[in-house]
Design a protein around this ligand. Structure first.
Ligand code: BES
Ligand code: MN
Ligand code: MN
Length: 464
């Protein structure tokens, strides 16, 4: 292990330079205009795996963006770890809110990253974190210190729902056979407070269309007599939550997993400074479901948010129009046992039932996925805990996250493999937002921690 860690220290600067190269390619999976860049990124990831010493690497075509697959099988008797991550990124819009261009990475210091952070789209989510695994592998390979078989599956469609990855997993069960999945695509509480993610929320995403009159109308000639679909939609959305911050869709909470008092008490021990939280976001007060703390509201409780709303005239100047249609996109974050398809149906039924006679509503589903929880008493978790303890100098805290990685639940059902969510970002790293960044401390800490994980996992879970 000494040699491995020394190799990392000696090659630090090159690792960073290489990551910056990867961040320069705009691998935006949602926008067809970036298709060639996404493909180019897949090729570069494959080249990096090869250069790091992964003997078998392939770029697998799908109906969408390619999946990069690699494997290093030393001995069938050894344990096999599947490393999963994604090289695609969210769109950079609104680009004008970035201080520096999203695909021209720069290093700048911040309050939470006094040693500097890499500013670029995908720096933290997830290119930077995927790259930690590639460089950890290189260091382990060069220092002949790999106690497991390792497979890599780095996809290009996580940010758009992993539809083709799901098909790939079902088709390639044998190829992907493993003892566990290792993922770095989540966060720690603070650089001084390491944590391991033990749960992810599920997701139902949908789109609503509300139609009033059969055409746009003059708001003076018809206004006052004909319902305005934007007004109606706004009221319908507002009514989806009551004064207690609870979601009013009948049956929405029926399957919600009740977390025990003890567990809630334990999770609230995690350090959390509400004042600092509000200061960081520039708000004077918080809003959420009554009876739950911020930590609980963002992890063990389901939510409903409108992600976008539009209709009518939004161009320059004024246009006195009573529009024919109004639209909204909405996401619901789900907790264990809530079924995303059932929740979609409940939303649809409810929205149709409460729609007044003067409008028609149409509800269309988008991608979604199940929540996931991972055990803390497994060899996998214990190995991750030990590894972080070596590099941070203190034991990590188990924390349930509010984000979603729908493929994690599928790894369980399709590959019969549990995941370990060994992420190194911070929630304040602005993923999906302008000025996304990833701390240099975090990038290097990840590379240093991963070899310890493999070492301990091989010890704790010896194969017969
Ligand atoms: N890496 C994130 C998920 C995440 C972020 C988990 C922070 C925990 C902490 C992932 O790339 C992501 O953005 N997932 C989407 C869902 C997906 C279906 C588009 C999400 O959570 O919105
Ligand atoms: Mn991600
Ligand atoms: Mn993401």
């Amino acid at each position: 292990m000494k040699k491995t860690q020394a190799y990392i220290q000696e090659n630090k600067d090159r690792f960073l330079e290489e990551l910056l190269g990867l961040l320069r390619i705009p691998s935006v999976s949602a926008d067809p205009a970036f298709k060639a860049s996404v493909a180019e990124t897949a090729k570069l990831v494959a080249q990096h795996l090869k250069k790091a010493g992964v003997p078998k690497v392939e770029v697998c075509k799908t109906a969408g963006h390619p999946i990069v697959y690699g494997e290093y099988i030393q001995d069938k008797k050894l344990l096999t770890v599947l490393v999963y991550g994604h090289y695609d990124v969210q769109p950079a819009d609104p680009v004008e809110l970035w201080d520096t261009p999203p695909f021209e990475p720069v290093i700048k210091k911040t309050k939470r990253h006094p040693q500097g952070a890499i500013f670029a789209r995908g720096a933290c989510d997830d290119k930077g974190q995927v790259f930690m695994h590639i460089k950890a592998f290189e260091a382990m390979r060069k220092s002949k210190n790999i106690p497991c078989n390792i497979k890599f599956m780095i996809e290009g469609e996580e940010e758009v729902g992993s539809v083709n990855l799901e098909k790939f997993c079902k088709k390639e069960k044998k190829k992907l056979a493993c003892d566990m999945v290792l993922i770095s695509d989540t966060s720690i509480l603070d650089n001084k407070v390491p944590s391991i993610t033990t749960g992810l929320r599920g997701l139902t995403y949908l789109e609503v269309e509300v139609t009033g009159p059969n055409r746009d109308l003059h708001s003076g000639v018809y206004g006052g007599a004909v319902a305005n679909p934007i007004n109606v939609l706004a009221k319908m959305i507002a009514d989806l939550q009551n004064k207690r911050g609870e979601i009013t869709i009948p049956g929405f909470y029926d399957d919600v997993d009740i977390v025990s008092k003890e567990e809630r008490k334990a999770m609230n021990q995690a350090p959390y400074d509400e004042k600092a939280y509000m200061r960081d976001l520039g708000v004077k007060a918080l809003l959420g479901e009554k009876g739950y703390t911020t930590l609980e509201r963002t992890s063990i409780r389901p939510t409903l948010d409108v992600n976008g709303i539009w209709g009518g005239y939004t161009g320059d100047g004024a246009k006195t129009v009573l529009p024919s249609k109004a639209f909204a996109k909405s996401s619901m974050r789900l907790v264990p046992h809530q079924d995303p398809v059932k929740i979609f149906k409940l939303f649809k039924q409810h929205f149709e039932a409460v729609a007044p006679a003067y409008v028609k509503v149409k509800i269309t589903p988008h991608h979604g996925g199940d929540a996931a929880v991972t055990p803390t008493d497994s060899a996998e978790y214990k190995a991750a805990e030990w590894a972080m303890t070596q590099t941070f100098g203190k034991a990590p805290i188990p924390v349930r996250s509010g984000g979603s990685i729908p493929i994690v639940a599928l790894f369980e059902t399709v590959l019969n493999a549990k995941s370990v969510l060994l992420g190194f970002g911070l929630d304040s790293d602005a993923i999906h937002s302008p000025n996304e960044h990833f701390g240099l401390f975090n990038f290097y800490k990840g590379i240093e921690t991963i070899p310890y994980f493999y070492q301990q996992y091989a010890v704790l879970k010896q194969k017969k």
